[in-house]
Design a protein around this ligand. Structure first.
Ligand code: SF4
Length: 336
């Protein structure tokens, strides 16, 4: 347990947490919506400092990040808790669990994570992922500082539901983000995640303006967020506000947790792929077996640059260093 960052004290030992847009106002003994931060006698504490629920080595493509050190590995850690409550969550066993109820934590220090990252083969750094990493902000911050000092990379895979001040505080330490943009309608956020759209858009704008590497994932759920017009508005917004070079991963939905619907039809994904490609240079389909829609091509001459088959990645173009060697167009891929 550790005192939390970003909160203020009010009368009668009440605390107000400023980490995320919920601004939970907690009386002594109460726990925030994220299920990991608690008011203990007028002090906000986090129950997940040093408390790791999942640790493993993944390919960077699995985050998914396709334009950030393709073919490399990343040591990945997760804890428990989330500040959104999505009815379709793929990791609900750790994200929707109270820290105090979770029985399988491993106590792991930031120093131990760094040592493991340095020992791991073909590894570029540490990814904060699996559950919502901003709910273990304090531990992520301290670990990211050590990781950065050793010139390794920090990657955050997040729902983007965080306030501006804590986001800006950690931005200089984070090399790459994959942010979920779950829909482009506030009603969807309200009904299926319990959150709001606007803070996520703000997070995306801040990350893009700061020029951290950014990729976006959109899970396409049939009948819920697959309206053609709204989808086109979303990709136009990404292109206009964030940049046409931002990679967009369209992910196929499969039934999960509380939401049981048929999987996204492949035709719908292909249609959205075509729509998104009108505005964005790099669009990918995820959760499907489709090499053609997972590979990276030059946005200008369409030369094949990086081939992907599931999580097997091959740099195809000779001497590719992020810019197409055939025509000289940047492909916005970070290679070193
Ligand atoms: S981080 Fe947790 S406690 Fe803080 S405002 Fe968000 S949900 Fe509430």
């Amino acid at each position: 347990m550790r005192e939390a960052l970003f909160y203020q004290k009010a009368d009668d030992h009440v605390v107000i947490c400023n980490l995320c847009p919920w601004y939970c106002e907690l009386k002594p003994g109460q726990t925030g919506i994220c299920k990991v931060r608690e008011n203990q006698e007028g002090q906000l504490v986090t129950h997940v400092y040093n408390q790791v629920a999942a640790l493993g080595t993944d390919s960077i493509e699995k985050k998914p990040l396709y334009h950030f050190f393709p073919g490399k590995n990343i040591l990945s850690i997760g804890e428990v808790g989330c500040n959104l409550h999505c009815s379709f969550c793929q990791n609900h066993h750790i994200s929707q669990c109270y820290a105090k109820d979770f029985k399988a934590f491993h106590t792991v220090t930031s120093e131990q994570i760094l040592i493991t990252a340095l020992k791991t083969k073909n590894n570029i750094g540490v990814a904060y992922t699996y559950n919502e990493p901003f709910t273990f902000y304090e531990f992520m911050l301290d670990t990211a500082k050590l990781v950065k000092e050793k010139n390794l990379k920090n990657v955050v895979v997040s729902n983007g539901y965080i306030n501006t001040e804590p986001l800006k505080h950690i931005l200089p330490l984070i090399d790459a983000f994959n942010i979920d943009l779950k829909a482009f309608e506030n009603d969807f956020y309200k009904t299926f995640t319990k959150g709001k759209l606007e803070p996520v858009l703000e997070t995306l704008k801040i990350i893009a303006a700061h020029k951290n590497h950014l990729e976006i994932t959109n899970l396409v759920i049939p009948g819920l967020n697959d309206n053609d017009k709204i989808f086109e508005e979303m990709v136009k917004w990404i292109a206009g506000e964030l940049g046409t070079h931002i990679p967009l991963h369209l992910s196929r939905y499969f039934p999960q947790y509380k939401l049981v619907l048929p999987p996204t039809p492949i035709e719908k994904l292909n249609q959205f792929y075509s729509t998104a490609k009108k505005y964005l240079q790099h669009v990918y389909l995820g959760n499907v077996n489709d090499e053609g829609h997972a590979s990276t091509r030059c946005p200008n001459c369409h030369a094949l640059l990086i081939e992907r088959n599931h999580y097997l990645t091959k740099i195809v173009q000779n001497d590719f260093k992020g810019t197409c060697t055939a025509c000289g167009t940047p492909a916005h891929v970070i290679m070193k």
